[in-house]
Design a binder for this molecule. Structure first.
Ligand code: SF4
Length: 383
């Protein structure tokens, strides 16, 4: 009766047929069915989910109230999934923590945990792919190319790992916001991203509010429609970055496949998070997208869309041919939008080595790793 369990769900970014089932990718109901199929009480599924998601268990041994025979069966027939380990860098200047996660095939992705200025809550920026195929010209992740999609369990476990790491050091910390703005284009890996949102908003687990979750896209039209239809309640951010088709094509070649007009049409016609405005992220590149005429061109372009605009002054990188506008230019750009009654904010922080609106993390390159100021091996036991 207790047979080895393999996945038969063929899905983008998910386990291939015949691959082991990863427990961290399963809902309480799915875990209940799994353990029941092996002859155990179905309520043990909820118990497992709570251990993995609410308490952030890294090993089966930690699950003290799960019977030994069930733990043995799980160890023999399933895998926990998730990340294999992490290097964590603490940035004392702003309190942020950067996680360099190692995956089971040796690939690496980055995430970052950032406190708000008063440290009342924390925002976690996570990755959805190893590398990225979209090739935005202002993004280091894009420079490195695409390796593979992340699985649902790998996406979810960035959160589980970082949340436990934070709470072991600051038990009362409010781990509140989630942004899919790390490595990769989330809406080229939509199914695992949507599954991860459903798992992370489960009341049995991390219990995040979907309204505190934002998925950022470069404008993948089919993915945006699929994301809207999934009705997760999570918010959408569009990495806009230029006011015309021609300018956007020059810095975001994906615009040739998904024209700017089509991207805005999807935003206008499809519902995203209820009562939440879409965010347009706009990277200000010196003398490229930061001119007054660019700001004035945005005004009619976004008219009629309930939205806010988040301006991101570019942080120069030795490998990228762009500069950062001066403060006066940034403020003038913001003022033009504000005068046209748009809600506009400027992301001044440099904590992330920001290179783009999504894919804003540094990317997996030796010189990036060597820039880290005080790396420390994370102390959580790894599965
Ligand atoms: S900005 Fe985002 S979509 Fe563009 S290359 Fe970087 S990670 Fe990919």
């Amino acid at each position: 009766m207790r047979a080895a369990v393999t996945s038969t769900r063929p899905q983008e970014g998910g386990p291939a047929k015949g691959a082991p089932v990863h427990l961290r990718a399963m809902s309480p109901e799915q875990l209940g069915e799994l353990v029941q199929s092996a002859g155990f009480e179905p309520y043990r599924g909820r118990q497992l989910f709570q251990w993995l998601h609410r308490r952030g268990a890294r090993t089966l041994e930690e699950m003290r109230n799960v019977p030994g025979p069930l733990r043995e069966w799980l160890a023999a027939n399933t895998a926990l999934g998730g990340v294999a380990g992490a290097d964590v860098t603490h940035h004392s200047s702003d309190g942020s923590m950067k996680f360099l996660f190692e995956l089971d095939d040796g690939k690496k992705v980055e995430s970052v945990l950032m406190p708000d200025t008063a440290r009342d809550y924390w925002t976690f920026c996570l990755s959805s792919q190893v590398g990225c195929a979209v090739d935005c010209k202002f993004c280091v992740t894009g420079l490195n190319g695409f390796f593979r999609h992340l699985r649902t369990d790998e996406i979810v476990d960035q959160v589980l790992y970082a949340r436990r790491y934070l709470h072991e050091r600051q038990p009362k910390a409010n781990f509140r916001n989630l942004v899919y703005m790390g490595m990769g284009e989330p809406l080229l890996n939509t199914v695992p991203v949507v599954e991860s949102i459903r798992l992370l908003t489960s009341g049995e687990g991390v219990d995040l509010s979907p309204r505190r979750i934002t998925v950022s896209t470069s404008g993948i039209v089919p993915g945006m429609i699929e994301f809207s239809r999934a009705q997760t309640g999570a918010c959408l951010a569009v990495s806009l970055n230029a006011p015309t088709q021609e300018q956007r094509e020059a810095i975001m070649p994906i615009t040739r496949k998904y024209p700017l007009a089509d991207v805005l049409d999807v935003v206008r016609r499809h519902p995203f998070a209820k009562n939440k405005r879409v965010t347009f992220e706009y990277v200000l590149l010196k003398d490229v997208t930061d001119r007054e005429e660019d700001a004035r061109a945005l005004v009619p372009l976004l008219r009629g869309i309930p939205c806010k605009v988040n301006l991101i002054p570019f942080n120069p990188d030795a490998e990228l041919p762009y500069g950062r506008p001066d403060e006066a230019t940034i403020n003038r750009f913001a003022a033009i939008l504000a005068e046209a009654n748009y809600t506009v904010s400027v992301r001044w922080s440099k904590a992330l080595d920001v290179g783009g609106a999504c894919g804003q993390l540094a990317g997996q390159k030796g010189q990036r790793a060597s820039r880290r100021s005080s790396p420390s091996k994370a102390s959580l036991p790894n599965s």
